[in-house]
Write a protein of this length. Structure first.
Length: 301
């Protein structure tokens, strides 16, 4: 097979592993710098150009689109879809998952466990918003934040109110979420491929931190998840429409609650923690499923 990978940095662990796994199986794979692509939008023969040449003949595309370039990256991916190239994750699904508010609303509609979450435009009724999510302590999140950036814990009612008013004063959109104290600064990352959880790890935040992101000093270890956690992770990925996803959950007193569904999960932490060849399993999934005409949206939506 001939595979394209949309990625800005070819030296990242995840990207190197995917290239290794593809080449080990005899496939040709090319890393394409997403921001250096330009596209010809036409009805009859849509084109993608890169470094002065037309990109064609690809059987599949692996989108590794960073959160900061979601708009342009999904536009490029839609062009591949219009050209009937099978995407590992579709553009519409990536856009859904990157919109924190939309993704939570979709998960809620499917009855998937979530922390109580509030959203408002005005800070006028901050007191009621705080009480709605169960009072202090509570978590305030920037809608555009990633990897734990823009996530603040308000430990008292007054501090929460000040945080909300400060963010809204800066004209940024925020979510206010119930604080799951019983999680004790740890979360679960479940790696879903197709309709299976192929690996799971526990991420523990540093001492006195409620954030467990590995980029912020968290540690990872392998863990056995429950059938309910396994089912929740698969349902969350399917709700977003993602073939490959990292589903982040907390263990609460009322069962697993989903914090985020990541459409471009990193492989380093989970491969090192579990010893599993996740990159190889992703390439195997592509081998089985990458067929012309199998893209559900074909660039629409």
């Amino acid at each position: 097979m001939k595979i394209a990978m949309l990625a800005r940095n070819p030296n990242l662990y995840s990207h190197r592993r995917l290239v290794e796994a593809a080449e080990e199986r005899g496939h040709e794979i090319e890393i394409i710098d997403t921001l250096k692509v330009y596209i010809n939008i036409t009805s009859h023969k849509p084109e993608i150009r890169y470094q002065g040449r037309v990109l064609d003949g690809f059987d599949a595309v692996i989108p590794r689109i960073g959160a900061s370039i979601t708009f342009f990256g999904t536009a490029v991916l839609r062009q591949f879809e219009m050209m009937n190239v099978w995407p590992l994750n579709e553009s519409v699904a990536i856009s859904r998952s990157r919109d924190k508010l939309r993704s939570l609303q979709l998960l809620a509609r499917k009855g998937i466990g979530l922390p109580i979450t509030g959203f408002a435009h005005s800070s006028k009724h901050s007191d009621d918003l705080i009480e709605m999510v169960g009072g202090a302590p509570a978590v305030v999140k920037l809608l555009e934040g990633t990897q734990g950036v823009g996530v603040v814990l308000g430990e008292t009612h007054d501090s929460l109110k000040s945080i909300i008013e400060a963010f809204r004063g800066a004209k940024v959109h925020i979510l206010v979420q119930e604080y799951i104290k019983e999680a004790k600064g740890a979360d679960l990352r479940c790696l879903v491929i197709g309709d299976k959880v192929v690996a799971a790890m526990k991420r523990q935040g540093p001492k006195d931190s409620f954030r467990s992101n590995l980029h912020r000093g968290g540690t990872a270890s392998t863990i056995k998840i429950t059938p309910e956690e396994r089912s929740t992770a698969v349902r969350a990925a399917k709700t977003m429409g993602l073939n490959v996803a990292g589903v982040d959950m907390l263990r609460s007193n009322h069962g697993p609650v989903v914090m985020e569904v990541n459409s471009t999960p990193g492989l380093e932490g989970i491969e090192n923690a579990t010893g599993k060849d996740i990159a190889g399993q992703i390439i195997q999934f592509i081998e089985t499923n990458a067929k012309p005409g199998k893209t559900r949206t074909r660039g629409r939506g």
